[in-house]
Design a protein around this ligand. Structure first.
Ligand code: C2E
Ligand code: MG
Ligand code: MG
Ligand code: MG
Length: 285
């Protein structure tokens, strides 16, 4: 009897694994088609100066416009992309599209910094710094308008190439910021080890900052730490005005979150956040 049970669960376990493998292969095949068919889009989320409300930047966030499933968020496919042979093609597309968009905005007189999320595989294959350098030259974008976001999974591998790539990209004039700061295992030691320009305080510390003294202490000391280290700092995930005001009181000058705007297509971003005075346009026409 015990034997039957054991065999039974063994079979269930095997079929669960098989199903998971099949799902992954299906998703990979669909993603390969998505690359060919250009089904990816970049959305942009505003980053603002909390005191003036001025839009100072935009984070580029990938979306997959799936033919039947609609808009798929990155959490549902980026982990698969990043561990598949497609990672380089997708990462190249993201960087190229974001840099071109930033240049379009710059040419229209909007000097906003565009943030691009990097993935670990970009540090393994090829020469990221040379690619970024070429892209800046080809498009004409000012390097100061490009900000690269790195997470701890990039820093923790401790490959010698990472530090070198960072140094070369900073030499280009591009900035590097530590995304989801505070959520990893060794955030502070990375501040010492890597040449970073700023950090983004993770949403998990910002969400309840009004009601939780521990979150307020963590955010407040992270802000003062960044100032002492000469780093820029931005709070992620601000969902209401009261949180924005409180962050300002904690000394945090920049913010991002649904309160200011959800990620949205470039054309909509331009219209909502960068529109110049229409009367001036009409007058010039
Ligand atoms: P992230 O880089 O930390 O991006 C911030 C995420 O928080 C975005 O989710 C954004 O929509 C969400 N968010 C912003 N403000 C608020 C808020 O006020 N409330 C709430 N609840 N959420 C907010 P999204 O777009 O789903 O992206 C998730 C993650 O996927 C990103 O986290 C980033 O790690 C990754 N990702 C997105 N686009 C790319 C990409 O092009 N390349 C790579 N490698 N990763 C990407
Ligand atoms: Mg990010
Ligand atoms: Mg983040
Ligand atoms: Mg994140």
């Amino acid at each position: 009897r015990a034997k039957t049970d054991a065999r039974g669960s063994h079979v269930i376990f095997e079929s669960a694994i098989r199903r998971e493998i099949e799902q992954r292969l299906t998703l990979e095949a669909e993603l390969a088609l998505a690359v060919e068919r250009n089904e990816f889009e970049l959305f942009y989320q505003p980053q603002v100066d909390l005191l003036s409300g001025r839009v100072i930047g935009a984070e580029a966030l990938i979306r997959w416009r799936h033919p039947t499933r609609g808009l798929v968020p990155p959490g549902d496919f980026i982990p698969v992309v990043n561990t598949s042979p497609l990672s380089e093609a997708v990462a190249t597309w993201v960087m190229t599209t974001a840099v071109r968009q930033a240049r379009t905005w710059q040419l229209d007189g909007h000097e906003i910094r565009v943030g691009v999320n990097l993935s670990p595989s970009q540090f393994q294959s090829g020469d990221l710094a040379a690619f970024v350098s070429k892209l800046l030259t080809v498009t004409g974008l000012s390097p100061r308008l490009l900000e690269l976001e790195v997470t701890e999974d990039i820093l923790l591998h401790d490959e010698p190439g990472v530090l070198q790539t960072f140094n070369r990209m900073r030499a280009l004039g591009v900035s590097l910021v530590f995304d989801d700061f505070g959520t990893g295992y060794a955030s502070l030691s990375y501040l010492k080890k890597f040449p970073l320009d700023g950090l983004k305080i993770d949403r998990s510390f910002v969400r309840d900052v009004l009601t939780r003294a521990d979150d307020a202490a963590i955010v407040g000391s992270t802000v003062s730490l960044s100032k002492q280290l000469g780093l820029s700092v931005i709070a992620e995930g601000i969902e209401n005005a009261a949180t924005a005001e409180f962050l300002l009181r904690l000394g945090c000058e920049h913010g991002q979150g649904y309160h200011f705007g959800k990620p949205t297509p470039a054309a909509d971003f331009t219209q909502r956040f960068l529109q110049v005075d229409d009367t001036r346009r009409a007058g010039a026409a």
